[in-house]
Design a protein around this ligand. Structure first.
Ligand code: MIG
Length: 731
């Protein structure tokens, strides 16, 4: 083992000879070799083909991180596996989901964290077997272990965030409401959704095309019977104010004559079996091959294919089935059929019956299949199983790099189902096939900050739940809880009840309109905070314990700090008309109420019960902080960001960097200071406001609404003309 000092708060311990995953992005020229440094706190046991890490947990230690996983934000007491899995039933006992996120932070008397840069399977027994012991088993001996330590939890996580590179920036319209379903499978159905949205005044920016838009589930093709004149349809939708977002799957259909298949075969672009023949598995299209995204030339080739759809006017994609999901292979099916034949007409005992059942259940996503698939790694044929967790990451990287070449200076919407740390530089992710269960609202709340720690910023869950039938109340509460999630998309599975915001009764439609309008009003703040987090490698979602160190704040997992100024505390239980909240310092509660004026209330520090009817949405503004709003519209393109409202809660002094840019180009990259700095001083009940502008901004009017600690409101309107600021009100 060799060890390097990256900076005072990050050390790299290199075990053996790890492969380069490219999950992190930092300059490696100044690595300082440390002689005789040893890994703090963890005991390491290097065996022949696996490595075991042990850590003795102290009484108050919390274990945060691990991204997309079941359980609360604190993972203590759980067993988790990093092995990308397509499991559509997220029950509490599931150990593996779609992504592999190998970072965790231990927060107790002191704070430290690790990141394991290893593409194979890792298991985390976090006090599941022995209550005070964390046992991590890495399925290999070659890996990089990063160790982080700093004064505070936030700084410790930032030491990791700092190695991750600048985050993915979606176009600004991607912060609008998006409507999906498996499937709106004809042109008419898409039009119907669009028209319903507009007719009912439900703001919406995008409608999704699930697998049925393709011809025979072949990537980059279009079923021209269901979608005649696709290009015209894309245009028509754009005039109506919607973008269409098609899905792309990992598997390439085996079909002679199909361009992607033919090219892949000819150029040997597919994963193989041990003999070097293209590996065959079944997914939606029937038999498929999987592109070997480990090869740079394959990434380039696949990435360029997105042009087929971009040429029709498409501006966003979602990558699915890229764990990669396998329904079955010949070998798996054969084993099952043999067993079934053996059982035929037999009086089955328990053992036989369960063997049969297990064989059937493990047909999909079987480890044996992944073991017998091969990819090229640094010139060597390597079992896919060993680098399994990189597959979705590299598929999505291929797409991102392809789109960058195709669009040059243009941003695309892109997110993926499977992921590995580092994918946050290229794209976002959604949390996969949740259910229309109340428990899954809470699961989403837990996942958001856990994912952020790993640099996944453009994230969200299927609002209303994917599997199962949603009720109106579930959809409303889920939407309220997603008020500030960067990705805001309602999606549901084939055969489930319709759950568009207009699919229930009128009252639900009205409530949903109110929630969506609030979402759109908040887009200046959401976008500003998102972009700052991406550019400055910071966090967008934070647990309270990242900012407040009182004992209660450490416990709270169902309230989140969002960006610099806001806290959310949604209601997520059926029939609840309010909830308990912990308020660590004075905050301003903003409640939107149906058919009434919004309510504002200063909440004192402490425990409170907050009443919140189904039709009401709550948002908290932190002390000496502000949020920026503008008028909602039917889509983001129609919003006018020249007229802003700043809602501030000021004791003595508050300052805010409002970031904004054109929302479509790549020019944000060197402009992290772009925007306006608002400063509000309070002195003897009068406010002094100053506004500094950096870069091109088109802000004309700013309406400052300031609340003091007593809950008294002051409104000051500013006009920006010729770059200078004038109060419209006499001083
Ligand atoms: O096996 O494309 O998670 O969002 O609607 C199901 C159909 C395949 C899984 C995705 C889901 C999508 C569905 N896909």
């Amino acid at each position: 083992m060799k060890s390097y000092l990256l900076n005072p708060h990050a050390q790299l311990f290199r075990f053996g000879n790890p492969i380069e995953t490219e999950s992190l992005s930092y300059s490696r020229d100044r690595l300082e070799l440390q002689i005789e440094a040893s890994l703090p706190l963890f005991e390491v046991d290097c065996k022949t083909d696996e490595t075991v890490l042990r850590y003795k947990m102290n009484k108050g230690d919390r274990v945060l991180g691990l991204g997309e996983a079941m359980g609360g934000a604190d993972k203590r007491g759980r067993y988790i596996e990093a092995y990308a899995t397509d499991d559509p039933v997220h029950t509490p006992d599931k150990s593996a989901l779609y992504g592999a996120h190998n970072y965790l932070f231990i927060s107790g008397h002191s704070h430290c964290g690790i990141y394991l840069d290893f593409p194979g399977r890792i298991s985390y027994d976090i006090g599941f077997t022995h209550p005070d012991e964390m046992i991590i088993i890495i399925d290999g001996v070659d890996f990089d272990l990063y160790f982080f330590q700093n004064e505070t939890l936030l700084e410790t996580v930032q030491a990791f965030r700092n190695l991750q590179g600048v985050g993915y920036a979606p176009p600004k319209w991607a912060f609008g409401n998006q409507q999906s379903r498996w499937s709106y499978d004809t042109r008419n159905k898409i039009l119907e959704v669009a028209d319903n949205m507009r007719k009912k005044w439900l703001p919406c920016d995008a409608i999704y095309l699930d697998i049925d838009y393709m011809e025979g589930y072949k990537n980059f093709t279009i079923d021209s019977t269901r979608f005649p004149d696709f290009e015209d349809m894309v245009k028509e939708m754009r005039t109506k104010g919607f973008r269409l977002i098609p899905i792309i799957d990992a598997g390439v259909k085996i079909e002679p004559g199909y361009e992607v298949y033919e090219e892949g075969i000819e150029k040997e672009y597919f994963c193989t079996n041990i003999k070097g023949e293209p590996y065959k598995a079944a997914v939606w299209p029937g038999w498929v091959h999987f592109p070997d995204f480990q090869k740079p030339q394959v990434r380039k080739w696949f990435g360029e294919k997105y042009k087929n759809l971009v040429d029709f006017g498409i501006e966003g994609f979602w990558n699915d089935m890229n764990e990669p999901s396998i329904f079955y292979t010949c070998e798996g099916l054969k084993k099952f059929i043999e067993k079934a034949k053996e059982c035929e007409r037999k009086n089955l005992d328990l053992k036989d019956y369960f063997e049969l059942e297990t064989l059937f259940e493990t047909l999909s996503g079987s480890k044996e299949d992944y073991e017998s698939m091969y990819q090229m790694l640094e010139g060597h044929r390597t079992s896919h199983h060993k680098i399994h967790n990189l597959y979705g990451f590299n598929m999505t990287r291929a797409a991102a790099e392809g789109l960058q070449d195709i669009g040059s200076n243009k941003r695309f919407l892109l997110f993926s189902r499977s992921s590995f740390t580092g994918m946050g530089r290229y794209a976002g992710l959604w949390t996969g096939d949740n259910h229309s269960w109340w428990e899954h609202i809470l699961l989403m709340i837990y996942m958001m900050p856990s994912l952020n720690m790993g640099g996944f910023l453009y994230i969200g869950s299927d609002i209303g739940g994917f599997g199962g039938d949603a009720s109106a109340a579930l959809l409303i509460r889920w939407s309220q809880a997603s008020l500030l999630t960067p990705l805001f998309r309602n999606h549901s599975a084939l055969g489930t009840r319709n759950q568009e915001p207009y699919a229930f009764d009128d009252k639900t439609t009205d409530t949903m309109r109110k929630v969506l309008e609030l979402r759109y009003a908040l887009i200046p703040y959401i976008y500003s905070e998102y972009m700052k987090a991406a550019l400055k490698k910071d966090l967008y979602f934070k647990l309270l314990s990242f900012e407040y160190d009182d004992d209660h704040s450490k416990e709270v997992e169902d309230q989140l700090l969002v960006g610099d100024s806001a806290m959310m505390a949604p209601v997520y239980r059926e029939n609840d008309r309010g909830r308990y909240i912990w308020v660590p310092e004075e905050m301003l509660l903003w409640k939107t109420v149906m058919n009434h004026q919004d309510e504002f209330q200063v909440i004192r520090p402490g425990h409170h019960y907050m009443h919140l009817e189904l039709e009401e949405t709550a948002l908290f503004i932190r002390k000496n902080k502000m949020i920026v709003l503008s008028e909602p519209a039917q889509n983001v393109d129609l919003m006018n960001f020249s007229y802003l409202t700043v809602l501030a809660f000021v004791d003595h002094y508050a300052e805010y960097h409002y970031y904004d840019d054109d929302g479509i180009s790549m020019e944000y990259k060197d402009n992290e200071q772009q925007g306006m700095i608002f400063r509000i001083h309070q002195h003897e009940n009068a406010y002094k406001i100053s506004v500094d502008q950096k870069g091109n901004m088109d802000v004309k009017i700013i309406n400052f609404m300031i609340t003091n600690m007593q809950g008294e409101f002051t409104e000051i309107v500013y006009q920006v003309s010729d770059g200078s600021l004038q109060s419209k009100q006499p001083e």
